[in-house]
Write a protein that binds this ligand. Structure first.
Ligand code: SF4
Length: 458
């Protein structure tokens, strides 16, 4: 069953049907989380770096307009063409027009979660443009017609054998091959041809620097560089929150990003783009798509501090055991669950409930976003706006009525204990979602109140 068409809880049930895969997914991501811990522990100034990053981003949120205007001015001076997109449709249309203007129908694209958010590939494919994702994980899921399940490790839900099957089907590798070296070499040859023949390349943006008008793209594969350096037209797509004030701030974020993401001291390639090379065009598309709205929500604005390291995904016990596709949104996991309701409250009302609120996400976040607090606050907003699950709303109302009345509370307790003791089938059946996930408790012989009264008398 396609997990993407289900709500989070139902999709998680599907994912959990393959228990060995769930265990492996859980353990793999926990391994990445522990690598992050070791990398962080090696820097005595780790907490100071987090605090500095958080303060810089707070400054950015409070000065967004001025910093973006400064960036635009400097980027234009450098010879970069700046485009503004209010929403996903505008973003997609601008990129389509740039491809048409270049007179081509093919484009190579490195990893950009913004283009996933805007569904750019679908849009371009519908308009006759052939897009090849050049990040290895993204290429694998693109061949399988799946979205990425993780913002840093897009194919983390797949095993080597899955990749072997996919490459056999699409690249003609040997059937049953699982050797990573062999499979990677096949992908390398396939992508090299793509790099050499595409005239237009799209990259994401990790950081855009207001002071210089330049931007930085971080990858481990060098695929963004290969695409951008060989193409006649380089398009960079950026959510407006990627702005930072000065070049000297980069060091803070680059030291935090890779350590938080994979436990590496730095991404293998941190490429700085300032101007097009002679004869090349360079465009940057700055996108709002609901970010202004989020900036205007006092309780949720600091979710825009996110640098997409995925540490909150790797540590989340719910993400690790439900898989990225169960979030039915471009960005999965805890950060996705506080960004997605801003885009569409009705469609994503289930996501803030996909959390234990244990707070591990907030503890690892390199820019100190209060993720679990925001998940909790979104729940309140969604219930108030009427987007909560109907069954939960009714259950909460009934619970409030019972808790408001001591007499009703005593009677409900007596009935509950009686049901569990004499007719457990009334509680232990598949229509009770609580029972589906848990063992029901042994009923006590008496309530605490009765016990207290009896023992007090004695
Ligand atoms: S919310 Fe924090 S931990 Fe999660 S991806 Fe963003 S920066 Fe990383």
């Amino acid at each position: 069953m396609n997990q993407l068409n289900l709500d989070h809880a139902s999709a998680a049930v599907e994912f959990n049907k393959d228990e060995p895969r769930v265990d492996w997914h859980d353990e793999t991501l926990w391994f990445v989380r522990t690598k992050r811990d070791r990398a962080a522990a090696q820097l005595p100034e780790w907490e100071q770096l987090r605090e500095a990053a958080s303060q810089i981003k707070n400054h950015v949120l409070s000065n967004m307009h001025d910093l973006l205007a400064q960036f635009e001015e400097n980027a234009k001076r450098n010879g970069i063409t700046v485009h503004w997109a209010e929403n996903a449709d505008e973003h997609n249309a601008i990129i389509h027009k740039l491809i048409q203007d270049a007179g081509v129908t093919r484009m190579v694209k490195s990893k950009s979660m913004l283009t996933e958010e805007c569904h750019l590939n679908d849009y371009l494919t519908r308009h006759g443009i052939d897009v090849i994702d050049s990040d290895l994980g993204e290429r694998i899921v693109q061949m399988r017609k799946e979205p990425p399940s993780h913002i840093v490790l897009p194919a983390i839900h797949l095993k080597k054998s899955d990749v072997g099957e996919t490459f056999h089907e699409h690249l003609g590798t040997e059937k049953g091959a699982t050797d990573p070296q062999y499979l990677t070499e096949a992908a390398r040859q396939h992508l090299r041809d793509t790099f050499l023949t595409r005239k237009v390349a799209l990259t994401g943006v990790n950081f855009a620097i207001a002071e210089t008008g330049g931007f930085v793209v971080c990858t481990n594969e060098g695929n963004a560089d290969m695409g951008a350096h060989l193409a006649d037209v380089h398009i960079a797509a950026m959510g407006f929150e990627k702005i930072i004030p000065r070049a000297e701030h980069l060091g803070v974020f680059l030291r935090l990003l890779a350590r938080s993401a994979t436990g590496q001291p730095i991404t293998t390639f941190s490429s700085h783009f300032h101007r097009p090379r002679p004869g090349q065009q360079m465009h940057i598309v700055i996108v709002d798509n609901g970010r202004s709205r989020q900036l205007g929500r006092p309780d949720f604005r600091n979710s825009l501090k996110c640098i997409r390291c995925a540490a909150c995904l790797n540590t989340c016990p719910v993400y690790r055991r439900s898989g990225g596709h169960s979030y039915h949104s471009a960005i999965a996991g805890p950060i996705g669950s506080i960004l997605a309701p801003n885009l569409d409250m009705k469609l994503n009302a289930d996501l803030p409930f996909a959390s234990t609120l244990c707070g591990s996400c907030s503890n690892v976040c390199p820019v100190k976003i209060d993720i679990h607090d925001q998940l909790y606050k979104w729940r309140q907003v969604l219930m108030k706006e009427g987007y909560g699950p109907g069954s939960k709303t009714a259950a909460m109302k009934a619970m409030a009525t019972v808790l408001e009345s001591p007499g009703l509370y005593r009677m409900a307790g007596k009935i509950g204990r009686g049901v569990l003791r004499f007719t457990p089938v009334l509680a232990e059946n598949r229509f009770n979602p609580w029972y589906n996930q848990r063992e029901m408790p042994e009923p006590p012989a008496e309530s605490f109140r009765d016990w207290y009264i009896n023992n007090k008398k004695a």
